[in-house]
Design a protein around this ligand. Sequence first.
Ligand SMILES: [Zn+2]
Length: 109
Amino acid sequence: MKNIKTVNLRGKRFSISRSRRLNPDILGWCRHHKKPKIVVAYSLDGIEELEILLHEMLHGCYWDMDEEAITDTAQSISKALWRMGYRKEVKNSNKNATPRRRKARSKRK
Ligand SMILES: [Zn+2]
């Protein structure tokens, strides 16, 4: 995911970020009230990343839609886009920075 900080969903600005600290069975979440925010798991990539981003953005657009409809829609659209060849550009992505950050941290110990 390119390092953008916000997305505009139906006229509302959401901050968007990746987190390494999510519970392992939680891939993302969305809050639409107060400070609108989307967080997705740092470990996501490929079609799963696309699906979870769609999923959380759909929650942001249609916060009152039930979970099953959101899940079905995100799965269908991510599969269709993936089959059409849509992929993330990897240069300058957060993932490329991971090994460097980890090294820097362990040196500081
Ligand atoms: Zn959901």
